[in-house]
Design a protein around this ligand. Structure first.
Ligand code: UD1
Ligand code: CA
Length: 467
């Protein structure tokens, strides 16, 4: 029978070293809260429940992390040991093992948790702790071992002697405890140390002192266990997460031309044979189909895109784009836009809250807002929907197979019927019936020879101002 595996994630701290007004746990890393990375890794190893200790900005943190977890409140942040004490009442009485993780270490993988748990079961240790050997261990707790190499404790950087500071094996704040051992040891913690805090790390010394078995699990890849304490570490962690995502996409059949300038959030899905050109940002709840070319220079957020699309050098937010659509360069596609199959959107075109039917072209210098446009319609260069009268927004409805000539000004509310023809340069204020021509402009007058006559009349008057 599988043992009952539970988890505690410590995320109550202020994150003083971030120098921020916001709680560290929800600092965005590639669009997702920092602590959510730890939680996602834990979710993949069958832990139930996952207890998240919150304190600083507790409500904001809970809201950002969601309802899947049990939350324990640590009203005053008196240290990592104190954080775990607050979680203990939420631990089920039949819990056998407790994985403990620091909420600020986003690079951890499910395999790390699985290894800690497996090692705990095989060795029957009271605690398995993940350690790493770092080139520069500054800031981390150091692992103390006796002459036989047994772990006997952890000393925090601020409490360490110069000799202890030279130790390069560090505590990474990932542990798997036997629940009973953890329960028994926590009451023995004291806050008599440099920071006046209850350190979880002291539990290791307490257990070792009682003769309990403590096992160090050394990660083959120390970078998986790195913590984020300041914004430079945040930037480095973001880079590592980003490369992980890009690598997985490549292995799944997506071409990433230049990983260095490609930003794809973990929430984005992309189909096979899609090519991501340099300087492309794909964010939020975005799904991209197969065989598209995205970029160069594309920002696309919270959008769904079909197959065979070519979107480049443009800004697209909350849009639905069907297959075989091209957008760019320099288009701004705003929320509520739906582009059906085969639509082409060209340069300097802004579209907001508009549904555009199959095969319609909007190729140059146009603003369409709050409109419905039919199939096979051509929107000429410089067309503007005047959707706003200073107080309210109004809709423009344009039918199928309409020809809107260049520089038409469509003053909403307005309906243009199927097959209608709008003459270039027309301000259109009234509905246009199907198959009709609407022309709204003053007729041109030609005054033949006007320029010559003016010149001659000036000379006749002895005009001197010819400079
Ligand atoms: C901690 C460890 C250190 C280890 C390092 C690894 C302790 C005392 N030190 O140090 O040995 O090398 O992690 O990354 O455990 N937290 C709370 N409540 C608190 C204090 C902290 O929930 O009262 C949370 C924080 O939000 C954070 C985590 O615990 O997610 C770790 O706290 P942090 O202050 O970052 O500890 P470190 O100094 O990194
Ligand atoms: Ca930390």
């Amino acid at each position: 029978m599988a043992s009952k595996l539970t988890a505690i994630v410590m995320a109550a701290g202020k994150g003083t070293r971030m120098k921020s007004e916001h709680p560290k746990a929800i600092t965005p890393l590639l669009g997702q809260p920092l602590t959510s990375y730890v939680l996602r890794a834990l979710e993949q190893v069958d832990t139930e429940p996952i207890i998240v200790v919150v304190g600083h900005g507790a409500d904001l943190v809970k809201q950002a992390l969601g309802e899947r977890y049990l939350y324990a409140l640590q009203a005053e942040q008196l240290g990592t040991g104190h954080a775990v004490m607050q979680a203990m009442p939420h631990l089920p009485s039949d819990a056998e093992y407790v994985l403990i993780a620091s909420g600020d270490s986003p690079l951890v993988t499910p395999e790390v948790f699985a290894s800690l748990y497996e090692t705990a079961r095989q060795t029957e240790a009271a605690c398995v702790l993940a350690t790493a050997i770092l080139e520069d261990p500054t800031g981390y707790g150091r692992i103390l071992r006796d002459a036989q190499g047994n772990v006997v404790g952890i000393v925090e950087e601020k409490d360490a002697t110069p000799e202890q500071k030279a130790i390069r094996e560090v505590c990474t704040s990932f542990y798997c405890f036997r629940a009973d051992a953890l329960r028994d040891a926590l009451p023995h913690l004291s806050n008599q140390n440099a920071q006046g805090e209850y350190y979880l790390t002291d539990v290791i010394g307490i257990l070792a002192g009682q003769g309990a078995r403590v096992v160090a699990w050394q990660s083959p890849d120390p970078t998986l266990l790195l913590g984020v304490n300041n914004r430079w570490e945040l930037a480095q962690a973001a880079q590592a997460v980003r490369m992980r995502i890009l690598k997985q996409l490549c292995l799944d059949g997506v071409t990433v031309v230049d990983p260095a300038t490609t930003y794809i959030e973990p929430t984005v899905q992309i189909g096979r044979d899609t090519v991501i050109e340099p300087n492309t940002h794909l964010r939020g709840n975005t799904i991209i189909g197969a065989n598209c070319t995205l970029g160069p220079d594309l920002y696309l957020q919270d959008s769904v895109v079909g197959d065979n699309c070519h979107l480049f050098r443009s800004h697209i937010i909350q849009a639905r784009i069907d297959s075989d659509v091209s957008v760019g360069p320099f288009a701004h596609i705003r929320p509520g836009t739906v582009l059906h199959t085969g639509v082409r959107v060209g340069d300097f075109v802004e579209i907001k809250n508009v549904e555009i039917g199959e095969g319609t072209k909007v190729l140059h210098l146009t603003y369409l807002g709050d409109a419905t446009v039919g199939k096979g319609t051509n929107i000429g260069a410089g067309t503007i929907t005047c959707n706003y009268d200073g107080e309210r927004k109004h809709r423009t409805v344009i039918g199928d197979g309409v020809f809107v000539g260049s520089h038409a000004t469509l003053i909403a509310p307005l309906t243009i019927g199927d097959g209608a023809y709008i003459a270039a340069g027309s301000p259109i204020t009234d509905d246009v019936p199907p198959e009709s021509l609407a022309i709204a402009r003053s007729y041109q007058t030609i005054k033949a020879g006007w320029v010559r006559k003016r010149r001659e009349s000036k000379q006749g008057a002895g005009g001197t101002n010819d400079g």
